[in-house]
Design a protein around this ligand. Structure first.
Ligand SMILES: [Ca+2]
Ligand SMILES: [Ca+2]
Ligand SMILES: [Ca+2]
Ligand SMILES: [Ca+2]
Length: 663
């Protein structure tokens, strides 16, 4: 309670813990203020400090008193007393204000609010509320015990039973033997008197305190130490970045006596001179209140601590990732938080609250993920995460014939790798880069997998069938003209018969049965049998009708592999040779070409497959086609030739037709 500090001597400090002896009707209120009397008639009370004060030392005492709010009918006042009659001292009520001759020796400073005139009442009071220095419990101003005064209590001479708080001050200087009394900061009465020796006979330690009373009229008489009207709130706790109002609370009740407030340090305060500044310190700070009353008395007993709690770092990292890929937050600055979608999503995605891992994220969707930390200072941060689609690895792979290499097409994404889902045991091989399947087996089925690797990998698979090439072989005996004929030993039925090249002599063949009709003598027919749709197979047999009516030496059926010696003569400038050939390396009919008995000056031979694809061309009449195309052996079947040639200086001639490749 340094508010009541002794300016000249710091030997006495009254604190909230100071002990006071209460007598009569004196009591302590719930707010800590002291009630000397109730606002009732015939009250009498006294309050004495249990610590004595030394008159050999200077002192300055400040108090707040309240004299009630009844004026005309208000009585009687308060007396500040120095005495050595003890802690139980209690005088007489009414006009004696609790201070009578039983309290002696003593020195009293009277704050009298009731006019007791001389006549019949022995007090010789002035009319106004007044102040006087008295001794030995004598309140009669006409007495020699009236040491000084009376004077108007208030400097204005006005009423002091005004319901307001008033600051009183008593200064004692033993060196000059001067006692000064102040009311509301104004010096009202001063006395030069040897109180120590003249009153207390040199006994320097005396009791001090207050007396008060009411009589036929009354007032509420109060004594207020600072702790009963001054307080602060707190301590407070804020989070970093927040603010709080800190409050110095004063119930001091006198608008004309202005208090002032200031705080130290002023760091983080919006107004360090406000009773209730806004505090936003960045670290825990204790603000000391410097309370100054209207008379300049300073109290520094109060402080408010604002605790600043750190806000945790809620940062984290959540990387974009591929749909279905493992993912979880990293770089989590502060563990123990909770992950969630914010805003929530309804697309089926879910998030692990502990790890931030997203499950079932929809490709192409950007999610906003929030990481929230609880505690006294909750905080959260958000990150956006893109769930990327996996690579499109789709492709096509058409079924294919075993005599060609299969190949994929329409790859949605290039750069992937091909493989068999299950490595086949039939010897087929797949090129990882191109997807070409070599050494495929007729009738096999392969599952080809295409995989795109990288940040968002993808894969797809296609089932590929290798078509079956049927066996087109059959037999066809030469036959007598006009008699029954037809193929036999057809290994694979269901094919189609034709004569290649188409006969020009009117002969016909039944495509289903293979029976030849309208055959002509001396003709030979190259009967071909074609079976299969996806990978057609062809076999051919040269059939020659025989005139059985005029038997002739039967001629051996032409074996395609037997040499047929051309005998170009006469107008024949060039002749097909042979119309079927068997490039099996046996030296017989191993190639197909033309021969001539003329001087061929220009020659251009082209061979096509049945679908018109150019397989071979040559301008060298000595070169024949050996049934190959780009190093590969062509399968058995019928092929088309187209020859342009020139003899000597003659016109360019053309020949075209079919040739059967036999293996
Ligand atoms: Ca009065
Ligand atoms: Ca009086
Ligand atoms: Ca008086
Ligand atoms: Ca009055």
């Amino acid at each position: 309670m340094r508010y009541f500090a002794l300016i000249f001597c710091l030997c006495i400090v009254y604190t909230a813990k100071a002990q006071y002896a209460l007598n009569g009707d004196a009591s302590q209120e719930s707010n800590g203020c002291y009630l000397l009397t109730q606002a009732q008639n015939a009250q009498l009370g006294s309050l004495w400090s249990e610590d004595q004060i030394d008159l050999a030392q200077p002192f300055q005492l400040n108090f707040v008193i309240a004299l009630g709010s009844n004026d005309d009918n208000g009585a009687d006042g308060i007396v500040f007393v120095l005495q050595n009659s003890g802690l139980n001292s209690l005088g007489t009520g009414g006009q004696f204000i609790g201070y009578d001759s039983s309290i002696a020796p003593s020195f009293g400073i009277e704050f009298d609010t009731y006019y007791n005139p001389a006549t019949g009442q022995l007090n010789s009071d002035p009319v106004n509320d007044h102040l006087a220095f008295l001794r030995d419990g004598d309140t009669d101003h006409a007495s020699l015990n009236n040491l000084a005064g009376p004077v108007d209590m208030s400097n204005s001479g006005g009423n002091t039973e005004d319901g307001l708080d008033h600051i009183v001050r008593f200064d004692w200087d033993p060196a000059t033997q001067t006692m000064d009394a102040y009311f509301d900061c104004e010096l009202r009465l001063s006395l030069n008197y040897d109180i120590l020796n003249n009153i207390f006979a040199g006994v320097n330690d005396v009791w001090w305190g207050f007396t008060s009373s009411t009589g036929g009229y009354n007032n509420l008489h109060q004594l207020k130490f600072d702790q009963c009207f001054l307080s602060v709130d707190g301590p407070h706790t804020i989070c970093q970045g927040e603010s709080v109002t800190i409050n110095a609370l004063s119930s001091f009740n006198n608008p004309s006596l202005l208090e002032s407030f200031s705080w130290q340090p002023d760091t983080g305060l919006d107004d360090a001179n406000s009773a209730s500044p806004e505090a936003s310190p960045t670290v825990t700070t204790t603000y000391e209140l410097i309370y100054t009353d209207a008379c300049g008395n300073i109290n520094t007993d109060y402080s408010i601590t604002v605790n600043v709690e750190a806000i945790s770092d809620a940062s984290f990292t959540l990387l974009d990732h591929c749909a279905g890929a493992a993912n979880a937050a990293s770089d989590i600055a502060t563990a123990g938080g909770t992950f969630s979608f914010n805003p929530p999503v309804a697309d089926g995605a879910s998030i692990d609250p502990a790890t931030g891992s997203i499950s079932d994220g929809v490709a192409g969707t950007t999610y906003t993920v929030e990481y929230s930390l609880g505690g006294n200072c909750p905080v959260s941060t958000t990150e956006t995460v893109l769930v990327s689609a996996n690579a499109n690895a789709s492709f096509d792979y058409d079924d294919f014939c075993p005599d060609v290499e299969g190949e994929p097409s329409n790859m949605a994404s290039p750069g992937g790798t091909f493989s068999f889902a299950t490595p086949p045991s039939d010897g087929a091989v797949i090129d990882p880069a191109t997807g070409f399947i070599s050494q495929p087996q007729s009738g096999s089925t392969y599952t080809v997998v295409y995989e795109i690797v990288g940040s968002c990998a993808g894969s797809a698979s296609v089932e590929v069938n290798v078509f079956v090439i049927e066996d087109a072989s059959f037999e066809f005996e030469d036959f007598c003209i006009g008699e029954a004929n037809g193929p036999t030993d057809i290994v694979t039925p269901g094919g189609s018969f034709t004569i290649l090249p188409a006969p020009t002599d009117g002969a016909l063949i039944d495509a289903v049965t293979g029976v030849i009709s309208n055959e002509q003598l001396n003709s030979s027919y190259n009967v071909s049998y074609i079976i299969g749709e996806d990978c057609p197979a062809v076999a051919s047999i040269l059939v020659s009708p025989i005139d059985c009516a005029d038997p002739v030496e039967p001629v051996d059926p032409v074996d395609p592999v037997e040499p047929v010696e051309p005998e170009p003569s006469g107008p024949v400038a060039i002749a097909l040779f042979p119309n079927a050939f068997s490039p099996n390396g046996d030296g017989v009919n191993d190639s197909f070409g033309f021969i001539s008995n003329q001087n061929i000056t220009s020659y251009d031979l082209q061979i096509f497959d049945r679908w018109g694809k150019l397989l071979y061309s040559s301008t060298d009449s000595n070169q024949g086609w050996e049934g190959n195309h780009k190093g590969e052996t062509m399968s058995m079947g019928v092929y088309v030739y187209y020859l342009r040639y020139q003899v000597s200086e003659g016109e360019i001639q053309e020949k075209k037709g079919n040739v059967t490749l036999i293996r």
